[in-house]
Design a protein around this ligand. Structure first.
Ligand SMILES: C[S@@+](CC[C@H](N)C(=O)[O-])C[C@H]1O[C@@H](n2cnc3c(N)ncnc32)[C@H](O)[C@@H]1O
Length: 354
């Protein structure tokens, strides 16, 4: 094996640095919580050294795949380094300032503290919650502003590498099924786009295609718009809608992606979203879903999965990790279903029959 290039060393160093920041942040905040609000500390299963070694190995494999796919030209190498670093640096103190209210909700088991001005009738009941104890749930600018930093910390800097796993199956599916179609006529929708990080990376990999992002949170879409539509790149359309019922016509898209949504949905809503994606895809259209690993594909990480819903308010996660997504895709009518796991993420891809 040859020596790694300088660029690869830079990427590995960046990932290592993000990992260390994530670990240090969690260590310090847990110690503070133990000291200030010990009642808020959840009871979790101990993580053994063997498990930590397995986790480290899986994270390293993810890093290798991420690098290899950039080297193959599936996406440009520069997106491995892309993030609004300057903005995150200045927003980071907000994460700390937000912590006491998070601890308070943990301590008092308050899970539905949503801003008063929100018209609750406009949202499904399952959505009106403080997922992962998030202040305001998904329903404020404050929540949207600190979300990306919180996710980076949670996954020790691997969140974007996990999101990028949708790009290769999406590109492959579009190439195989819409070969000869002018790329500028191809349309891709990112369902539950949040602050738009997946879309930003898809746009780098597929710069000519028409992209749309959809989410139920106006605040997160505002953040996505700031993040996506302030450069010279192609504009991305953003739509506020419930992914279970999208007011767009049948057969509108060649590809649909959906990242980190399913574990936050009750089972019937997962099926509704898959059915809706099926309806919106053109014949031969591709769906790519990325979400948490599950017990069946990653039994070695069951403790990590169990700790996740014990530590964070994730009311549907326990059900999600046992759910059969392949069956849901097949029930909706999809074919050529395949799935792979990368570190903490499972990626499914499937095709609407042509
Ligand atoms: C965990 S975040 C994932 C966001 C983004 N895909 C990412 O990779 O960071 C879940 C997102 O799903 C959105 N969401 C949840 N339920 C939804 C629904 N029924 N319809 C549309 N969006 C929904 C939330 O507003 C939030 O932005």
């Amino acid at each position: 094996m040859g020596q790694p290039s300088l660029a690869k060393i830079a990427y590995q160093t960046l990932q290592q640095g993000k990992g260390l920041v994530g670990i240090a942040h969690k260590e310090i905040s847990t110690k503070l919580m133990e000291f200030l609000v010990p009642e808020a500390i959840p009871i979790t299963s101990p993580v053994t050294i063997d498990l930590l070694v397995e986790l480290r190995k899986a994270a390293k494999e993810l890093e290798e795949v991420d690098w290899a796919e950039a080297e193959k030209g599936i996406y440009p190498r520069n997106i491995l380094f892309d993030a609004p670093w300057f903005e995150w640096f200045f927003k980071y103190p907000l994460v700390w300032l937000d912590m006491p209210s998070t601890w308070n909700r943990r301590k008092k088991s308050i899970f539905q503290e949503i801003p008063k001005e929100i018209n609750k009738e406009k949202y499904p009941k399952y959505y009106l919650q403080n997922f992962h104890h998030q202040t305001d749930g998904y329903l404020s600018d404050h929540s949207a502003e600190i979300y990306d930093i919180q996710v980076e910390i949670l996954f020790n800097g691997t969140a974007d590498a996990m999101r990028r796993r949708v790009i290769a199956p999406l590109k492959k599916g579009l190439n195989e099924n819409f070969n000869g179609v002018n790329p500028s006529s191809l349309k891709v929708l990112d369902v539950a786009t949040g602050t738009g990080r997946t879309l930003k990376q898809i746009r780098s990999a597929l710069p000519s295609i028409e992209l749309t992002g959809l989410d139920l949170s106006a605040a997160y879409l505002k953040q996505a718009s700031k993040y996506l539509n302030n450069s010279g790149d192609e504009m991305v359309q953003l739509i506020k809608a419930n992914a279970e019922r999208i007011e767009l016509i049948d057969n509108s898209f060649n590809g649909i992606t959906c990242v980190f949504l399913f574990h936050e949905l009750p089972d019937y809503a997962r099926q509704n979203v898959i059915n809706e994606c099926y309806r919106l895809l053109k014949p031969k259209g591709i769906i790519v879903i990325a979400d948490s690993i599950q017990i069946n594909d990653s039994p070695q990480f069951i403790q990590v999965m169990e700790n996740f819903y014990k530590i964070f308010h994730e009311p549907y996660y326990k059900d999600y990790i046992k759910d059969d997504i392949n069956k849901r895709l097949s029930d909706a009518g999809f074919e050529s279903i395949s799935a792979n796991s990368f570190f903490m993420t499972r990626v499914w891809s499937a095709r609407k029959p042509g």
